[in-house]
Design a protein around this ligand. Structure first.
Ligand code: AMP
Length: 398
């Protein structure tokens, strides 16, 4: 069955058409600058080159129409009609405590997602617009919603509660939710397959290191802790997000700089992380690697702080699980930046881990990067959130 996977942002819409049995991507693309001047669609057939076309895309409904037109185009398309789309799987960022797994869409589900909007005001409304636009244009096609938060819903209370008055949890559901769940889910399962071990008998740490970055601890097939919190701001130092910090810093800087809390939060989300730490040198690890190799002190500072935070979290999660069988690296930095993996893995000697330097130089595949004699296996596993969404959608239909 062909499953259309949709990832809708406020002004963009990413899509992939996946043949669910084989996992083959028939076509994928992006509608960008929706509702803004200069909107366009880019599309690639299978493994082919991307073709970019300017187009008038006023809203998400226009975007979905354009996606369907592109997929069914007689010359450059990949299917002959809408009938060849068996289901649509939508990425939804926040499912709160309401959604512990992916689900098929109905009116009740839409209402429950809307109730989670205040937990992700930038993302959830955009995700919902995408779902509704698809429902309108494809009323007879089943739709699923797959949540970034769902995988982490197995965390125990001691891991998800903050040390603040309990009434805030009771009244407002303030707690750790965690994100990138689809990626943590996918990667930890692939890890168990590579180890030829049972998923529910393993202790796995997944380091999803991209522009947004998070770590999770997966014990006996269940997520028991993760670094992102109520929002994706907590945890690791990221591209432009600060990660963990003393909350009193907010008031201190607001007073010094005469700023409001929301201005400060904007800085913590958009101007911090390795970007801020490198004194605005770059948020991109390709530039940071270049700077690091040229002994640029701004790049070195940012990279060292980034890696140190990952190393610290790995230690914390080994403690949380009372051991670890495997550590996985994934996402843009985790998959591509071997020097970052080397800095991190070289600091895990206390776990009996040694890096296999030649394996660590490879990319683009599942790779074991720890040496044969390491007590704990370390893998690079390219994530595939779209395939995971397609698989979960298929499972719901069976
Ligand atoms: P993601 O959010 O997973 O797409 O990851 C984005 C980040 O991964 C970028 O900001 C880069 O820092 C890093 N990245 C992506 N591709 C490469 C690459 N080929 N080499 C080094 N770093 C990369």
């Amino acid at each position: 069955m062909n499953i259309l996977v949709i990832n809708c942002g406020s002004s963009s819409l990413k899509f992939q058409l996946i043949e669910s049995d084989s996992g083959r991507v028939l076509g994928k693309g992006l509608c960008d600058r929706i509702g803004i001047d200069g909107s366009f669609i880019s599309f690639a057939k299978g493994e082919g080159d991307k073709i970019k076309k300017e187009a008038s895309i006023n809203d998400h409904s226009d975007a979905i129409k354009l996606v369907i037109k592109t997929l069914t185009d007689p010359v450059n398309g990949v299917i002959s009609s809408l009938d060849e789309i068996g289901a649509v799987g939508h990425r939804v960022v926040h499912g709160g405590e309401k959604f512990k797994a992916a689900t098929l869409v109905n009116d009740e589900v839409l209402k429950a997602i809307e109730e989670c909007n205040e937990l992700a005001p930038l993302h959830n409304p955009a995700n919902l617009i995408g779902v509704k636009a698809c429902m309108e244009l494809m009323p007879n096609v089943p739709m699923s919603v797959v949540f970034d938060t769902a995988f982490h819903q197995t965390m125990p209370e001691e891991a998800y509660l903050y040390g603040i008055p309990y009434e805030y949890y009771r009244r407002y559901k303030i707690r750790r939710y965690g994100f990138h769940g689809t990626s943590h889910d996918y990667v930890s399962h692939v890890c168990a397959e590579l180890m030829t071990r049972k998923y529910d008998e393993l202790k796995i740490i997944v380091c999803h290191l991209g522009n947004g970055a998070s770590i999770s601890a997966v014990k006996n097939g269940k997520c028991v802790d993760t670094s992102m919190g109520l929002t994706p701001l907590e945890g690791l130092i990221m591209g432009t997000r600060s990660g963990d910090l003393d909350p009193a810093i907010l008031e201190f800087i607001c007073n010094k700089e005469n700023m409001t809390v929301s201005q400060m939060l904007n800085i913590l989300n958009k101007k911090s992380g390795v970007f801020g730490l490198s004194d605005n040198f770059s948020s991109d690890f390709r530039d940071l690697e270049d700077g690091y190799n040229k002994n640029d002190e701004n790049a070195i500072r940012a990279v060292n702080a980034f890696c140190y935070r990952v190393i610290k979290y790995i230690g914390a999660y080994v403690a949380a699980m009372n051991g670890v069988d495997a550590i996985c690296f994934t996402a843009g930095i985790g998959e591509n930046t071997s020097f970052v993996r080397k800095i991190i893995v070289d600091n895990l000697g206390y776990l009996g881990i040694r890096l296999n330097e030649s394996a660590n130089a490879l990319r683009g595949q599942n790779i074991l990067i720890s040496s044969e004699d390491s007590d704990v296996k370390v893998y690079v596993i390219p994530t595939n959130e779209e395939l995971e969404i397609a698989r979960q959608t298929l499972k719901l239909l069976k």
